[in-house]
Design a protein around this ligand. Structure first.
Ligand code: COA
Length: 288
């Protein structure tokens, strides 16, 4: 529907520069310049574009990297940017770009790609964890310091670093020809998966985190986040800060105890609700 192309020329990189300005408006300091993109594209990285006719409407940028194993460093792909033109979001372009990236990285013989995203963004969590099958046990507080673009300014830039194990059954079942249907709240409820804390939902108000939470005891737990954090941030900035502090505490503590984010539930009816699934040890419903 929106063909995906491998981009290699400086003219194409200039289109990518322009699209970045639309997706992350406000500060040119956060824009990757064409000469860097071209260098990635010509030296083992990937710059992919999704097109509507001649118009670039989606971009994906990554470069080669390393991760450490006990017997030494191993190659991986570091995926750095995924962005879709604001008029084309939620049309499947983000997923299609990641799927093309998956196919190309496997051809490069790689087994791991990593990237970061803001764990309070429900749409990004749904795409990265539920649709693509990435997992996470790394919390990076204020990782990029103060960011100046319109999507990120004002809040500390906490990030999940996700691991995308390219050759696993988990990932190929989600990206193969007949993808497995996602699990919903009912699947986890019928497995008696407890919520780690209670979020306050009042009519006409943004969801509020509790003051405290207790360390998890169960092998599988649900951790709720707001379904529309960008709107919450625009409407009640102190509450957005409270969510940042609370979720930092929750995920740092859970990861320190050995939990792994393995799935994400987003249900839009009757009122939108979003939950991470955290699993300890082998306990996961994600292979159902
Ligand atoms: C995040 C982004 C790359 C996703 O690309 P996209 O083309 O809009 O995403 P897709 O259409 O492939 O997938 C979006 C999915 O999220 C779902 N979704 C929409 N709103 C949601 C929400 N509030 N919570 C959870 N899921 C949501 C959509 O229903 C869709 O689900 P489906 O694939 O099961 O149908 C794009 O929206 C974007 O550019 N956002 C701004 C920049 C950004 O955050 N970039 C990523 C970090 S660098």
């Amino acid at each position: 529907m929106f063909p995906i192309r491998i981009l290699t020329t400086i003219e194409e990189m200039e289109q990518v520069e322009d699209l970045q300005r639309l997706v992350w408006p406000g500060s040119d300091a956060e824009i990757l310049p064409g000469h860097i993109l071209l260098t990635f594209a010509h030296h083992g990285g990937l710059v992919l574009g999704a097109y509507d006719g001649l118009k670039l409407v989606g971009l994906l940028v990554g470069f080669p990297g390393l991760y450490q194993l006990p017997d030494g460093p191993q190659p991986k792909h570091c995926s750095h940017e995924l962005g879709v033109h604001p008029d084309y979001q939620n049309s499947g372009i983000g997923f299609a770009l990641k799927r093309a990236q998956w196919q190309m990285l496997r051809q490069q013989g790689l087994s791991l790609a990593t990237w970061t995203y803001d764990p309070l963004l429900s749409r990004n969590a749904h795409l990265n964890i539920a649709r693509l099958g990435a997992v996470c046990n790394t919390y990076l507080p204020n990782y990029y310091g103060e960011m100046r673009d319109g999507l990120n300014s004002g809040l500390e830039s906490d990030r999940f670093q996700v691991d995308w194990w390219l050759n696993t059954r988990r990932v190929s079942r989600r990206l193969g020809r007949r993808p497995r249907p996602g699990l919903g709240f009912d699947h986890y409820a019928s497995a008696d998966t407890p919520a780690l804390y209670r979020v306050t939902h009042s009519p006409g108000a943004f969801p509020r985190p509790p003051e405290h939470f207790s360390a998890p005891q169960d092998s599988l737990v649900l951790a709720e986040i707001p379904s529309d954090f960008p709107k919450l941030k625009r409407g009640d900035f102190p509450l957005a800060r409270a969510w940042r502090s609370f979720s930092r505490l929750v995920f740092s503590e859970c990861f320190a105890q050995g939990y792994l984010v393995t799935d994400f539930i987003y249900e839009s009816d009757p009122t939108p609700r979003s939950y991470y699934i955290l699993a300890h040890g082998e306990s996961t419903l994600s292979d159902l």
